[in-house]
Design a protein around this ligand. Structure first.
Ligand SMILES: NC(=O)c1ccc[n+]([C@@H]2O[C@H](COP(=O)([O-])OP(=O)(O)OC[C@H]3O[C@@H](n4cnc5c(N)ncnc54)[C@H](OP(=O)(O)O)[C@@H]3O)[C@@H](O)[C@H]2O)c1
Length: 250
């Protein structure tokens, strides 16, 4: 019956952690999960005031400051989740950083840049996911990694950033293979999205719009709709799904 399809996921009573949720895509996902009835943990590394303000404005939400690139702060986040828990139903690994470097400027993409980007996008995502896996397993939870078209196509704000997102994509598949049947792991790979991250990227947005079959860039809402679809699709795991208006077809 079609009515059963719309009942795919009941957010009431579920606990969700969205990393990097004081801004942009993560903020929109956190707000939506709260509106749908989930208890939501907001997270960021620096923007504490914004996180507390956002949590206070939402139903059943709280803020946990923690830099996912720092193992001691990962332990703090895991303890916090357990204290709200006891288990975790939804983990959205959204926190990410980049350095804006032309791909042709090989020297500028030095090893320190690689380490900085990987410390958050790859190592931090891995560290937190592993730390929370027992609590995800206990609730038959779901992990959504926010990747990028840059992890699929040879594009993106710098080569180290693109490679970090390619690593997330492979991590998504390998984890899905390993932690099923208890936990599902999928990734969402947006094209350009209107967020504070891209607020000064006017020319890039114009190019993306002109090259994209749907003639637009994504909004955080577009990304969130796909995140919700993957949360509720009980037989989908290990997938990396583009939300790019067809930009990858160019
Ligand atoms: N915008 C795009 O066009 C686009 C396209 C494809 C993919 N993405 C991906 O989407 C995700 C979100 O991007 P966005 O555009 O929404 O970015 P954004 O508006 O800059 O938000 C980034 C969020 O991550 C937090 N954060 C950064 N480093 C962190 C750390 N070490 N630990 C915990 N939180 C951290 C930031 O807060 P603090 O600074 O206070 O920590 C902020 O809340 C990223 O993974 C990005 O790679 C974005």
């Amino acid at each position: 019956m079609a009515s059963q399809i719309t009942d795919g996921y009941n957010y009431e009573g579920k606990l969700a952690l969205v990393t990097g949720s004081t801004s942009g895509i993560g903020e929109y996902i956190a707000k939506t999960l709260s509106e749908l009835g989930a208890t939501v943990i907001i997270n960021s590394s620096k923007s504490k005031d914004r996180g507390e303000e956002l949590a206070a404005s939402l139903k059943n939400a709280s803020y946990c400051q923690g830099d996912i690139s720092d193992h001691s702060q990962i332990l703090k986040i895991v303890e916090y989740v357990k204290s709200v828990g006891p288990n975790l139903d939804i983990l959205v690994n959204n926190a990410g950083i980049t350095h804006l470097i032309s791909h042709s400027d090989l020297e500028a993409a030095n090893v320190d840049v690689w380490k900085d980007i990987f410390s958050v996008n790859v190592f931090g995502t891995w560290d937190l996911t592993v730390g929370l896996m027992p609590y995800l397993r206990a609730s038959n939870g779901v992990v959504i990694n926010i990747s990028s078209i840059a992890g699929i196509r040879p594009t993106g704000s710098s080569i180290p950033y693109s490679v970090s997102k390619a690593a997330i994509n492979q991590m998504t598949k390998l984890l899905a293979k390993t932690v099923g049947p208890e936990v599902r792991v999928n990734a969402v790979a947006p094209g350009l999205v209107e967020t504070p991250w891209t607020k000064d990227w006017g020319p890039a947005k114009d190019i993306a719009k002109s090259q994209t079959p749907l003639n637009d860039v994504a909004s955080p809402k577009d990304v969130t709709e796909l995140v919700l679809g993957l949360i509720s699709s009980r037989f989908v795991t290990g997938e990396v799904v583009l939300v790019d208006g067809g930009w990858n077809l160019r």
